[in-house]
Design a protein around this ligand. Sequence first.
Ligand SMILES: Cc1ncc(COP(=O)(O)O)c(C=O)c1O
Length: 379
Amino acid sequence: MTTYIPTSQIHIPEGMIDLGVGDPDFALLPLDMLRRAAEACFAKGDPTFLQYGAEQGDGYFRMALAGFFSRGYGFPVDPDSLFVTNGISNALDLICAHFTRPGDTIFVGEPSYFLALRIFADHDLRIVPIQTDKDGLVIEALEEKLAGFQPKFLYTVPTFQNPGGCTLPQERRDRLVRLSQEHDFLILADEVYHFLNYSDRQVKPFAAYTDLETVISLGSFSKVLAPGLRLGWMQAHPEVIKRLVTSGLLDSGGGLNPFTSAIVRELLEAGDLEQNIARLITAYRSRLAAMDTALHRELPQATFETPQGGFFFWVRLPEVDAEQLQQKALEFKVGFRPGVRFSSQGGLREYIRLCYAFYDEEKIEQGIRRLRQCLEACL
Ligand SMILES: Cc1ncc(COP(=O)(O)O)c(C=O)c1O
């Protein structure tokens, strides 16, 4: 008898191409780079990183991270504005725990990253959806909702959104920040895909607004290094950081993930993160192009915007219920995420999310071909 021994969160049946998986390709995880960083860290002979960590996160790690941001964002980032997390999922959970009470109202874009919705549900928050268009949040729709509700926060993925792939234009960012000040709500800007930009167009991150108490920028190493590190950051005003740093959780357990921070610090100081991001951009740009071509060729009835960064295509299949299609797709050994998963209202049923990061070009083309065959069989 063979016993199933779980190792990663990903379970794909044999022979299946699951374009619904939104994770990095195993083949692109930087095993050697992290081995070198770990060796350099252990070779120092300083056991401090094995101790309970500083509450806000290791100071040297935050300095190295701030240096990376200052180069990458093009404006100076103060290490003291950074708080180390176990990733964005953990940061969202912490923020909900410390800034909300059960029953509080929050705003999210429709569609939204579905697993954030699960975290908000854990905290019994009342979700009010905000309309989006091909560029992201519609500010007029937000203004209308603000006339009727006082949200604790608005959660958004402003750049290369999951699932929509879209990027909020600068003018809307400015208006959103102004509204957060006028109406006193927090903006949780999930900037997980910010550095995975395949275009020449630079985007100003919400990190640039964190001198204001209403803006929190959330980031993670999950998509630019490896999700298994469980390491990320929050950039925010000192008052926001103070609230988290003085929490019982950190008082008891110390700062989050000092061990991994110390290893990633080596990698940052060696300039390896820039190198890894450049490698990923080359790989993902080519995979994006492969999916774009395959979609145009195989599914001419589909409508979508070609993304400029991130991991996803958000595709509308007219007159299709994507959840029903998902059952049929199993027979064709292809998978996707149905749009309804990204709706807080049970809507978006004609949409599917496809990820081009997990498979190489050949598998992507094969997967889209199978999707076409599946759709043909349904007609
Ligand atoms: C928009 C978005 N936010 C957060 C996460 C999860 O981030 P982390 O691994 O840092 O918890 C993901 C992962 O898919 C994501 O797409």
